[in-house]
Design a protein around this ligand. Structure first.
Ligand SMILES: NC(=O)c1ccc[n+]([C@@H]2O[C@H](COP(=O)([O-])OP(=O)(O)OC[C@H]3O[C@@H](n4cnc5c(N)ncnc54)[C@H](O)[C@@H]3O)[C@@H](O)[C@H]2O)c1
Length: 335
């Protein structure tokens, strides 16, 4: 059995990975500074240390003895990154460099880095495949792709095995839903369960594929020990059932039984319109399969938010740049 280290263990992916590895009989140690995520997401059997990954010395101390590192920690705020580039880039790029450096120092065997489909930016063709030339088009995507380049470079020099996972639009229980900056499905559910209309940026025709955490977690976990994963990049998520954001709102409204009349606001700068990822590679390497329909995932997410109660939105992150381009949802705290 191995000792698995998870950064961002109080977050959505991190906590589900912790559960998965504990259920397989491994030991799990995790850190999080709780800037996102919820402390009670962390499974009881995991060892939790509250720590900011910017603190490299302490990170090295707590990582000692861990063979496999899953790096999920991030401020994964794509839209916000346009207006808070300093916060998002340090909590995306710099913390990834720190986590990888610590893993080299403690002689870990393998590092699984969670990147993002934001790496692709806008492409001529969808769905995006892993071999496409990356053209990230916002600070978050640039920081994510920059981190990939840096980690690959360090991996080649220092020999720490690297696997790059590219998740996209995963939904499920434990996702933060009181966050006005991220997680569109959870925001809409939290609003509609309060009897409030969802807000849609632009024309609502942005195209995405949503995936269920239960469909993704097994493949993500396989990256820990499979030899064929080393040095590879894998999109994680389905390429079936692409939906427009307006259709997402309709699916949620139908599930809840809500009379939908969305509020449309101006589009956000630099938002990619058509963004779906090919699952061909992960299907071929690891037998990835979509088992949950969007409707089934939404039902689960609605149940989770109902059980935990709707929440007021918490504007917990600073807007570094406020101009006429900054969404009014954030400057006027409309959510
Ligand atoms: N969920 C998705 O659909 C999705 C899509 C694309 C990419 N990703 C990537 O997967 C990873 C996990 O995403 P998630 O949805 O679980 O996010 P999340 O926000 O739920 O979890 C990330 C966790 O990282 C922690 N964190 C942030 N900065 C930190 C720091 N400096 N020190 C310590 N902890 C810090 C946060 O507190 C949070 O708990 C991220 O890297 C994200 O970019 C996720």
């Amino acid at each position: 059995m191995a000792k698995i280290f998870i950064t961002g263990i109080a977050g959505f992916l991190g906590s589900h990975l912790a559960d998965k590895f504990l259920s397989l009989g491994h030991e799990v140690v995790g850190v999080d500074n709780l800037i996102g995520g919820y402390k009670n997401n962390v499974p009881d059997k995991a060892k939790f240390i509250k720590l900011d990954l910017l603190n490299l010395d302490e990170l090295v101390n707590v990582m000692k003895g861990c063979e496999i590192i899953y790096h999920t920690a991030c401020t994964a705020y794509e839209g916000l990154s346009v207006f808070s580039p300093s916060l998002v880039s340090k909590n995306t790029f710099q913390i990834s460099v720190n986590a990888f450096t610590a893993a080299i120092k403690v002689k870990s065997k393998r590092f699984i880095h969670c990147s993002s489909m934001a790496r692709y930016g806008t492409q001529d063709i969808t769905p995006f495949t892993e071999d496409m030339i990356c053209k990230p088009q916002d600070p978050y995507g640039i920081a994510k792709y920059g981190a990939e380049l840096m980690l690959k470079n360090l991996s080649e020099t220092h020999g720490l095995e690297l696997v790059i996972a590219v998740p996209h639009n995963i939904i499920g229980p434990r996702q933060k839903y009181d966050d006005p900056f991220r997680n569109v499905a959870s925001i809409m559910i939290n609003l509609m369960l309060q009897g409030r209309q969802p807000i849609i940026y632009g024309d609502g025709k942005q195209m995405r594929c949503f995936s269920d955490i239960n469909d993704d977690i097994d493949c993500l976990a396989k990256f820990a020990f499979s030899k064929k994963a080393v040095g590879e990049i894998f999109n994680i998520g389905p390429d079936e059932e692409p939906v427009k954001i307006i259709q997402l709102a309709e699916t949620i409204a139908n599930t809840i039984g809500f009379n939908l009349d969305p509020i449309f606001m101006p589009g956000r700068p630099r938002e990619v319109k058509y963004a779906t990822c090919s699952a061909d590679k992960i299907r071929k390497y690891f037998g990835y399969e979509t088992k949950m329909t969007l409707r089934e995932s939404i039902v689960n997410l609605v149940d989770y938010i109902k059980t935990n109660g709707t929440k007021e939105f918490s504007y917990h992150l600073p807007l570094e740049i406020v101009s006429e381009k900054t969404p009014k949802t954030w400057t006027k705290k409309i959510f």
